[in-house]
Design a protein around this ligand. Structure first.
Ligand SMILES: *Cc1c(COP(=O)(O)O)cnc(C)c1O
Length: 373
């Protein structure tokens, strides 16, 4: 039988099972327990920040960060259009408006050169997304934010451990957020984290995710809070994942290096460009088809699927989704649309063997050959 190679699968290669069993044996399966505290401390240190607040997924992590920063109905937040829907939805949960920015060809991330003209009296902040593991060009973003008095949130859901120059992602914004969904670089099944260097923001985040309860007065809820907590079982998986983070990142680099060698010069497609200041963590390895091949994208993906290779379409730019399209009628986001139309992701897990990657490359070459004539 043909081997099926998925786009992503969790790599549970450390102490995950042992730690989860310990939760079972001790009955500490809910949202307090030693693994929650340990995961928060160790993740803060991994991100080179003072505080980490765990929560139940990466979407609510953004919601918590926005609430802690005081976002209110009617405010505006600048976000990339080429990202997962959570980034903008979390803004909408606050009754605020996501204002979309186009991508740049250079990194596929939000184009920092397009941000400033979008700033209005209502703009409160910018959410950057380190797409597919490649960091955003942060210096120009931070400069605009400083000049215009805006907060910056890094949505680092796809970029655990990536670096911009010498700084690890998550350490540059006022607050940053991570996801530990099953296909992310580190996973807890479902899970999220908010990190910050600001102690007051960290306490607000902690209060908001725990029903808004006053930390000094039990069952007194002075603010509208949420139950956004992470379980000790999920945190146990997270602690084990983090123990092996160097292995995870090294494996992803090896997979990406092999793709770059085999597909980097292949005519008909390009890989995500790498900037010299970036340490990419390669959450997704992706290809962009050349103009003449784009019309065959579905057929190419179908052929790969028939050959046992799973691929993944890019995100639909968010300004095209039903809940955002009305507000963005007439606006143009040509780069994001071009990238989204021409691209798809190929298998990228840390568990891929050199033979797996080689077989993906063979099949991609073959498919390009068939439709590229
Ligand atoms: C995965 C992801 C999220 C959301 O994370 P969940 O844990 O699935 O809620 C947010 N932003 C980006 C960019 C993501 O890729």
């Amino acid at each position: 039988m043909k081997k099926f190679i998925p786009v992503a699968e969790p790599a549970l290669v450390g102490n995950e099972k042992e730690y989860v069993m310990e939760c079972m044996d001790s009955t500490w399966i809910s949202s307090s327990g030693k693994y929650v505290d340990r995961f928060e401390k160790e993740f803060a240190s991994f991100c080179d920040v003072g505080h980490a607040v765990s929560c139940c997924n990466g979407t609510v992590a953004i919601h918590i960060a926005l609430m802690a920063l005081g976002l209110e109905p009617g405010d505006e937040v600048i976000v990339p259009t080429l990202t997962f829907t959570s980034t903008a939805n979390a803004v909408a949960y606050c009754g605020a408006k996501p204002v979309f920015v186009d991508s740049e060809d250079k990194t596929w991330n939000m184009d920092p050169g397009l941000i400033e003209p979008l700033v209005t009296d209502k703009t409160k902040g910018i959410i950057v997304v380190h797409l597919y593991g490649h960091p955003v060009n942060m210096d120009p973003v931070m400069e605009i934010a400083k000049k215009r008095g805006l907060f910056v949130i890094e949505d680092a859901a796809e970029a655990h451990g990536a670096r911009y120059k010498d700084k690890v992602v998550g350490s540059m914004g006022e607050m940053s957020t991570f996801s530990f969904y099953g296909n992310k670089i580190l996973t807890t099944g479902e899970g999220g984290m908010v990190v910050t260097n600001d102690e007051a923001l960290a306490s607000k985040a902690r209060q908001l995710k725990g029903q808004g309860m006053d930390p000094k007065r039990r069952y007194w809820f002075p603010v509208l809070g949420y139950n956004y907590r992470m379980t000790n079982v999920a945190a146990a998986i997270g602690v084990a994942q983090l123990e092996k983070v160097d292995w995870h990142l090294e494996r992803r680099r090896e997979v990406a290096d092999q793709y770059a060698k085999r597909l980097g010069d292949l005519s008909g497609l390009t890989l995500q460009p790498q900037m010299s200041w970036a340490t990419n963590v390669y959450w997704m390895n992706s290809v962009l088809l050349d103009e003449r091949l784009v019309e065959h994208k579905d057929a190419i993906r179908k052929k790969l699927a028939d050959d046992g290779i799973e691929t993944r379409p890019f995100f639909h730019p968010l300004h095209t989704l039903p809940m955002y399209s009305e507000a963005n009628r007439g606006l143009e986001f040509p780069v994001a649309e071009k990238i989204a139309t021409a691209g798809f992701s190929i298998p990228s897990s840390a568990t891929l063997s050199a033979e797996d990657v080689s077989s993906v490359c063979d099949k991609v070459e073959e498919a390009i050959g068939v439709f590229g004539k």
